[in-house]
Design a binder for this molecule. Sequence first.
Ligand code: UT7
Length: 344
Amino acid sequence: MSRNSHVMPFASRIAGIGSAFPETSVSNSALAEKIANYGAETNDPWIVERTGIRERRFSQPGNEAERNSSLGYRAAIKAMEMAGIGPMDIDQIIYATCSPDTLVPSTACWLQSKLGAKRALAYDLNAACSGFVFGLSIADQAIQTGKAKHILLLGSEVLSPFLNWKDRQTCIIFGDGSGAAVISQCPSDSPSRILGHQIESDGTQWDLFYMPAGGSNQEVTAEVIEQSLNKMQMKGRDIFKFATRTLADNALKMVESQGLTLQDVDWMIPHQANLRILEAVAKRLDFPVEKVLVNVDRYANTSAATVPTAMDEAVRDGRIKKGQLLLLNVFGAGVTYGAALVRW
Ligand code: UT7
C-alpha cells in the first residue's frame, strides 16, 4: 500500500515522541544463569558476538506499573508533552503490539482508561515487529482524509511472558519496552511531515515466527505448557536472511518512490533484532553504518517498540535535528514489512 499520489488537503507529522522501559536490566550473564535453571546453556561472549545484545529490560511479573499499557502510559505522556497536547485532544489511539495486556479488551482501551482520553477511538494493531510503521501508515491516512487531527500511536511490548527459557536461540534476543508518538495534522506543504510509507504482508510465511497456542486455535492446557506451545517459536537463520534482504529492498523502494536516494537520508531507523542484521543491511546498501540508529545493544529486540524507542532516544539527545530525513524500516512476523520516510 503506498500513499495516494493525488493531492490531499492535509498531511501529518510526528509532533511528539516518547519511550519507557521496565526498571530491571538483565545482563547476558544474568540471563545465562536464569536459563541454566531450565536446562539451556548460553554465555555473554556468544550473545555479544552473534547479536550485539549486552542487556535487556524485563517487566516484573505481577507489577501493575510494568504492564504493557502502564509502560505505554509513561511513553504516551512524554510524547504528548512534546507535542503540546492533552488526553482530550486525542482522536484515536492505535496500539501496535503482539503482547497485549489481555486479549480483550484491547491494550489501547486499557491505555485510554489510564489516560482519560475519553474522545479517542482506541484499537490494537498486530503486525508484530512491523507494527509501528503499519500504525504510522494508517494514522497518516486517517489524518489526510480529515478523520482525525491527533493520533496517539504506540509501539509497545511486554514479550518476556511469551519467551521459552528452554530455547536459547529465541529467549536471548527479546526484551520489554514501549515507544509512543503523537501524529498530528499539518498543512500538506509543511516541511516537517510524513513524506510517504509502504507496508506489505505475506501470510504464506507465517511459520518463520509464531506462537501455536494461546489463541482460539489451541487452548493452553498442561500438555501445551509442557511442550512450550504457548511460547514464541522462530526459525532464526531463515528470518536473518529474510530480514537482511527485506530491509535493504524496503529502503531502496521507499526512497525511490519519493524521487530521492539513500544519500538524502540522514538517519535510518530499522527494526532492531540483531546488530549483525543492521550491519549487513548497511553494507548491502553501501549506507554509512554510523547513520543507522542502534539501541538493540541495551534493550534487545522489543518488537513494535524498537523503532519509536530508538527514535525517541536520538531526538532527545540531539542527534536527530529539525529538518532531517528519517527512514523507518521494518520487518516482522506474519510476515510483515515496510518503510516510511519522515521529515523531522
Ligand atoms: O523480530 C524478531 C525476528 N527474529 C529475528 O530477527 C532473529 C533473526 N535471527 C538471528 O538473530 C540469529 O539467527 C540468532 C541470534 C537467533 C541465532 O544466531 P545464528 O548465528 O544464526 O546461530 P545459529 O542458529 O546458526 O547457531 C550457531 C550455533 C549452533 O551450534 P552448532 O550447531 O554450530 O554447534 C547453535 O546451537 O550456535 C548455537 N547457539 C547458541 N550458543 C550459545 C544458538 N543459540 C545459542 C546461544 N548461546 N544463545
